[in-house]
Design a protein around this ligand. Structure first.
Ligand SMILES: [Zn+2]
Ligand SMILES: [Zn+2]
Length: 105
């Protein structure tokens, strides 16, 4: 008997790096691992930031942010504003947890 839940493949945010890049070229890319997930706009424009660059990001207007979690980098993930995390749509209780993004005219 298998007592352990099926956890699926081993996916986490490790290996994801901060998106800060002052000149927007690979040479200026931040080499720190991402610690924060940022929702920049209502168009679901999201980014990744390390602790240091979250402080810089806070100088700008953005909608929301949360610490990087295991589902943040999963394909098709949904941003959950209330729970401050990302959720994968076929996960449990997502229908009640996910907030629809407002549509912009
Ligand atoms: Zn950084
Ligand atoms: Zn996230």
């Amino acid at each position: 008997m298998n007592l352990f839940p099926p956890l699926g493949r081993d996916v986490n945010a490790r290996g994801q790096y901060c998106g800060h890049s002052p000149a927007d070229t690979p040479d200026t890319d931040c080499k720190n691992p991402a610690a924060w997930h940022i929702m920049w706009t209502t168009d679901a424009d999201t980014g990744l930031a390390c602790n240091q660059h979250l402080a810089q990001a806070r100088r700008f207007v953005f909608l929301d942010s949360h610490p990087i979690g295991p589902d943040c980098v999963m394909p098709g993930t949904h941003w959950d504003f209330d729970a401050k995390r990302c959720v994968v749509p076929d996960g449990p209780a997502v229908e009640t947890a996910v907030v629809e993004l407002p549509t912009t005219a």
